[in-house]
Design a protein around this ligand. Structure first.
Ligand code: PLP
Length: 438
């Protein structure tokens, strides 16, 4: 078998260590490196570091690389666009690629027509602008979000984000008119009914429904630990939004672009969103985000009320068009489903073997393990999650943690990964689990 992983030095190697030492002197400390390796090249599902070590990458740039590192079609589109023009500001001198990508995404998104799109740079901007659209449309101020949710790190989105350390502690005050209720988390005893009851109660005890502009929800909580919303929960939230004229914003920044085995995770549900936020894998690693939504809501803010110098950059949009081609040409949505089945099967095997694997969950290729000290107490085990990720990295597999307790390990591998590479990665993950848990 041809192996993708190739380790030539200890991990981290000498050149990585040298660059990281220089980094410590001049780069602000909060930008701590999660992995102590410095990348030189990426291709498909592999990353090669500056010491010549090749890794299988299950971190996928935190979910930005569903089409893989440096997909040749994306690289070609970027080079071609870069050689033509890099920037004008779409609202000053517009360009066709913006319109073409809007047409394609609006065509793919699960809205009954008419729908429209607006592009930004990062996920956080998409979320902030979704709230702007909802506020302008409803004329209301309040926003409801969920425990364990992650929506970004600028002021409004950070206010919506629900994890104190490391994201929020010491960084307030936060935006007013944000209200938070529990998200269903069956493994930890919060059912769909509990969460819906808490939401109904919040409209009595915390915020009047006629003042709520939007409810912002991830169909599968990403940073929160790949906690999947049960269908009854999202259907209940949709019904409540309809009852009170609230805009339902589905945050698909991490779940979108095929990750869950559908183009958008909300397609697993019988729920039509009002707005969808997208980012990450939309442009194969270039900064691009967007809000897709019902035209009446998207058209609500006044002329010039939404924008920004770089929003909808033409090079990033050229990459996005190429990403959509790759999804069609390589059948990546169906591929996510198949990869997911393989990985889930192996995770369930591990769960039977190790009591410290409390839960295996996810949708499609968006899968995670939750590690606990003990199956009965379910006490979160962040130390075990770190130890497994470290043991895997030393063996050539890059794994990313998640969860409000940082005790989950999530799969965000490129969907272009081959079956052989999936097998190789799972064999290494198996060894890492045995080294830490056995
Ligand atoms: N929304 C969700 C669901 C996310 O997972 C993230 C990032 O992880 C964001 C929003 C923020 O995106 P960005 O980091 O591009 O600002």
């Amino acid at each position: 078998m041809v192996r993708s992983i190739e380790l030539k030095t200890e991990i981290p190697g000498p050149r990585s260590r040298e660059i990281l030492a220089r980094k410590a002197a001049v780069v602000a400390s909060p930008l701590e490196a999660y992995l102590p390796i410095v990348v030189a090249d990426g291709l498909g599902a592999t990353l090669t570091d500056v010491d010549g070590n090749r890794f299988l990458d299950f971190t996928g740039g935190v979910g930005c690389l569903n089409v893989g590192h440096s997909h040749p079609h994306v690289v070609e589109a970027v080079q071609e666009q870069a050689a033509r023009f890099l920037h004008t500001d779409f609202t000053i001198v517009p360009y066709e690629i913006y319109v073409s990508v809007a047409e394609r995404l609006v065509g793919l998104a699960p809205f009954r027509r008419p729908a429209k799109a607006a592009f930004f740079n990062a996920g956080t901007e998409a979320v902030e602008n979704a709230v702007k659209f909802a506020r302008a449309y409803t004329g209301r101020p309040a926003v409801i979000a969920f425990e364990g949710g992650f929506h970004g790190r600028t002021l409004l989105s950070l206010s919506l984000t629900s994890k104190t350390h490391p994201y929020k502690a010491g960084l307030g005050p936060f935006s007013p008119e944000i209200y938070r209720v529990p998200f269903p988390y069956e493994y930890r005893g919060v059912t769909s009914d509990d969460a819906l009851a808490a939401l109904e109660r919040a409209l009595i005890t915390q915020v009047a429904p006629e003042t709520v502009a939007a409810i912002v929800v991830e169909p599968v909580q990403g940073e929160g630990g790949f906690v999947v919303a049960p269908p009854a929960f999202l259907e209940g939230v949709r019904a409540l939004c309809d009852r009170h004229g609230i805009v339902l914003v589905v945050d698909e920044v991490q779940t979108g672009f095929g990750r869950t085995g559908r183009m958008f995770a909300i397609e697993h549900y019988d729920v039509e969103p009002d707005l969808i936020t997208v980012a990450k894998s939309i442009a194969g690693g270039l900064p691009l985000s967007g809000v897709l939504g019902k035209a009446a809501i998207m058209d609500a803010p006044g002329e010039g009320a939404v924008g920004g110098t770089y929003v909808g950059n033409p090079v990033a949009l050229a990459a996005a068009a190429a990403v959509l081609d790759v999804f069609e040409d390589e059948g990546l949505v169906a591929r996510a489903e198949r990869i997911g089945d393989t990985i889930r099967g192996r995770m369930q095997e591990w769960q039977r073997r190790y009591a410290q694997i409390g839960d295996v969950r996810g949708l499609g290729a968006m899968l995670a393990l939750e590690l606990v000290e003990d199956a009965a107490t379910k006490q979160p085990a962040p130390g075990l999650a770190s130890a497994v990720a470290e043991a895997a990295a030393e063996r050539g597999l890059l794994l990313l943690k998640a969860g409000i307790h940082s005790n989950c390990i999530r799969v965000l591998c490129p969907l272009v990964i081959s079956d052989t590479e999936v097998d190789e990665a799972l064999a290494v993950w198996d060894e890492a689990l045995a080294a830490v848990l056995a």
